[in-house]
Design a protein around this ligand. Structure first.
Ligand SMILES: CC(C)(COP(=O)(O)OP(=O)(O)OC[C@H]1O[C@@H](n2cnc3c(N)ncnc32)[C@H](O)[C@@H]1OP(=O)(O)O)[C@@H](O)C(=O)NCCC(=O)NCCS
Length: 184
């Protein structure tokens, strides 16, 4: 089957597009911030442009609904963060971050809503998982707005903190997502 280019998703305020190699300096400037990376599993601190280049090279051109990365952009600020899906064991997991200047303006709720809607349409799957480190109330609030429910507590390595940290595991069903969307 011929690969098509990763789709671009346009929302009210945002464009979600494929990452580009030339995004590396911008990614490094937003991600070299412990306030961001202490919340993420796989991003070390400090974070350099070379790390961003390596990461971008590893983002294969091929994408599937279960393995896709969207750069979250708007007209005024350009690239503000990322939202994407990857495989975690048997499950498709959503992950995301925004640069600190862009927090608290509803951007990730908007970006994740669009990504999840796209995922449920593109994959045919009825479920996805996610989670947050126990102290990440903002991310848990985003997930609860989207319809995620808690399923347990596990442990995850956090590279930036160089520690294994309690992780609240969550899951989202297709039904809960569209129900939550109707009531928002
Ligand atoms: C988590 C993150 C993506 C949220 O993005 P955002 O665009 O600021 O989120 P939104 O503005 O869409 O929604 C944030 C919600 O959290 C709530 N919130 C923020 N801080 C909170 C806190 N300390 N306690 C409880 N709720 C909080 C907000 O009130 C808002 O909910 P509301 O719309 O019902 O008022 C962003 O803070 C971020 O990138 N953090 C660092 C990386 C990270 O944590 N990634 C996720 C890892 S699981």
């Amino acid at each position: 089957m011929a690969m098509t280019d990763q789709p671009e998703i346009v929302t009210e305020r945002l464009v979600l597009r494929r990452p580009r190699l030339r995004d590396a300096p911008r990614i490094a400037s937003l991600l070299n911030n412990f306030e961001v990376t202490k919340n993420l599993a796989r991003v070390p601190h400090p974070y350099t442009i070379n790390m961003a280049v390596d990461w971008l090279i590893r983002q294969k051109r091929e994408w599937t609904p279960d393995s896709v990365t969207f750069a979250v952009c708007d007209k005024r600020n350009g690239l503000m963060g990322f939202c994407g899906m990857h495989r975690e064991g048997r499950d498709a997991e959503i992950g995301y971050w925004l640069g600190q200047p862009y927090w608290g303006q509803g951007y990730m709720t908007e970006a994740a809503t669009a990504t999840i809607d796209w995922y449920f349409r593109a994959s045919g799957s009825d479920r996805m998982v996610s989670g947050v480190f126990y102290f990440n109330a903002a991310s848990l609030a985003v997930q609860e707005k989207l319809g995620f429910v808690r399923t347990g507590i596990g442990k995850r390595i956090c590279l930036a903190q160089n520690a294994e940290i309690d992780h609240i595991e969550t899951e989202l069903t297709r039904e809960a997502f569209y129900k939550a969307l109707e009531t928002r």
